[in-house]
Design a protein around this ligand. Structure first.
Ligand code: HEC
Length: 453
């Protein structure tokens, strides 16, 4: 496979300035009435588009949230229609970069648009973006909870057992652009505990400027392990049944924030909090969850002006693994990552390919029924692509060669993998259970097809 032929979902036909111009042009030129009717077939904002935006966009695109404009009302949305079309067709918005054409597609909290939703938005733009009947507008969703409440409190049946705050409030100057500060807080835990669920939340005033905030455990021996993160739409996790994260007494918490100063020029202060729900004292979950680094490269070589610098990292599994979540990690020049497994019997399978935008650190949690079951002896192969050219808005100076390092002007390439280990006996049970499930579904599908025919 040539480097250029890597399958890239994000490079749709509309990528780049030329694509944008085509779209702007078609959007401002009224189509003949016949063509409007044929293409649009009655698609309107109130009836068809607003329900999609309200479900998939306005948690961020509304006044007082993090995105640059509100998509709640027709008047604003219609001004942005050419750009909305580009962003949804290229799957750059909502931020969710799993390649829909390769590998596993079933994730928890999937906020991406379906092909039908994209087609509806495109049809609306192509038919001159009609408003429709204002009475048909869906009710404006309520976001109070998102700002004020621990959203897992209901499901967990109680308020958090323990809260760790950033050590002090941090002020984000208005119009300051992107800031990436780190903070280290004492967890305040004087005994070891097992964590069943967590949620991360900005303070109320900080909500509109917190893009994401990741937490890392710094264990008493100085070693570190990533824990969780906050982003709108993905504030926490209840860990799968029978699993939990272990936090020893004396662990410190590192908050790695991404702030983006408010565009109204107002300074804002944030003090993000991490809430923990524990297993009862004395109850130990069956499996300890880990967040490992797979496929890491420490000798990156990204030449100036190279838009497809490829590197390959490998991790050999010395234990059986059930993989629960995948999160690529790269810096500014990251572009795309694919994860494949080479099984001990030489079969190869691509698990996923995921695009990368430095502005969004997204954990992709696999749905329970499709979590990869990987036998020991498998080799995990991560392919990383970096883009050090002007086509990458995050590239600081494409004149420069870039290598591996900790600074944000250096780059990185690995994947955070949430997983738990299985003994040979447990692994055989998990595989048998998966086989049963797959057979059951196949039979149900065959019956449905037979019954319908
Ligand atoms: C999780 C938050 C979030 C969600 C959900 C989201 N957006 Fe965005 N959007 C942003 C942010 C923040 C920006 C600013 C650029 C950036 O940081 O990537 C943005 C930028 C945009 C832009 C470009 C605006 C400009 O002036 O450059 C468009 C268009 C857009 N979003 C449309 C949408 C649409 C349509 C949806 C739903 C189908 C959506 N977004 C869902 C957060 C979000």
């Amino acid at each position: 496979m040539s480097v250029k032929s890597k399958c890239r979902m994000l490079d749709g036909p509309w990528l780049g300035l030329s694509g944008l111009l085509v779209v702007l042009f078609t959007a401002v030129t009224p189509a003949p009435v016949d063509a409007q009717v044929a293409a649009g077939a009655g698609v309107t904002f109130a009836e068809d588009v607003a329900p999609i935006l309200y479900q998939k966009c306005v948690s961020c695109h509304r006044p007082g949230s993090i995105a640059p404009m509100s998509l709640l009302d027709y008047e604003t949305a219609v001004q942005y229609q050419p750009l909305i079309r580009v962003m949804v067709e290229e799957r750059r918005m909502p931020p969710w970069y799993v390649d829909h054409n390769v590998g596993i597609q079933d994730f928890k909290d999937d906020r991406s648009l379906t092909d039908e939703e994209i087609a509806t938005i495109v049809q609306w733009v192509e038919s001159s973006a009609p408003a429709g009947d204002p009475a048909a507008m869906p009710p404006v969703p309520d976001f109070e909870d998102q700002i004020y409440e621990w959203t897992l409190e209901d499901e967990m049946g109680r308020p958090p057992d323990h809260i760790v705050m950033m050590p002090e409030p941090f002020t984000i100057p208005g119009n300051s652009g992107n800031l990436f500060p780190w903070f280290i807080a004492d967890s305040g835990l004087e005994e070891d505990r097992w964590i069943q669920a967590y949620e991360t939340k900005p303070s109320v005033e900080g909500f509109p400027v917190v893009h994401h905030n990741g937490t890392t455990f710094i264990y008493p021996d100085g070693s570190t392990e990533e824990f969780g993160e906050y982003a709108i739409g993905k504030t926490g996790d209840i860990f799968p049944d029978g699993t939990g994260r272990f936090i020893p007494a004396g662990t410190q918490i590192r908050f790695s924030a991404h702030y983006s100063g408010s565009t109204d020029g107002e300074d804002r202060t944030d003090q993000t909090r991490l809430a923990l729900w524990f297993y009862p004292r004395g109850v130990e979950p069956e499996h300890r969850l880990y967040r490992d680094r797979w496929g890491a490269i420490s000798d990156l070589d990204i030449p100036p002006y190279e838009d497809s610098a490829r590197s390959d990292g490998f991790t050999i599994l010395d234990q059986n693994v059930r993989l629960t979540a995948y999160q690529p990690h790269m810096h500014n020049l990251g572009d795309r990552q694919c994860m494949e497994v080479i099984y001990p019997d030489q079969r190869r399978q691509t698990l996923n390919c995921v695009g990368w935008d430095f502005g969004w650190h997204i954990t992709y949690n696999y749905a329970d029924d499709v979590q990869p079951l990987l036998p020991k002896g498998s080799v995990i192969h991560l392919t990383h692509w970096h883009n050090n050219s002007e086509s990458n808005p995050w590239a600081g100076d494409p004149d420069n060669w870039v290598g591996y390092g900790q600074r944000s002007t250096d780059d990185m390439a690995f994947a955070h993998i949430s997983n738990y280990k299985l003994s040979d006996e447990e692994f055989a049970e998990h595989v048998a259970e998966r086989r049963r499930l797959v057979d059951e579904r196949r039979r149900a599908a065959e019956e449905a097809a037979g019954g319908g025919g």
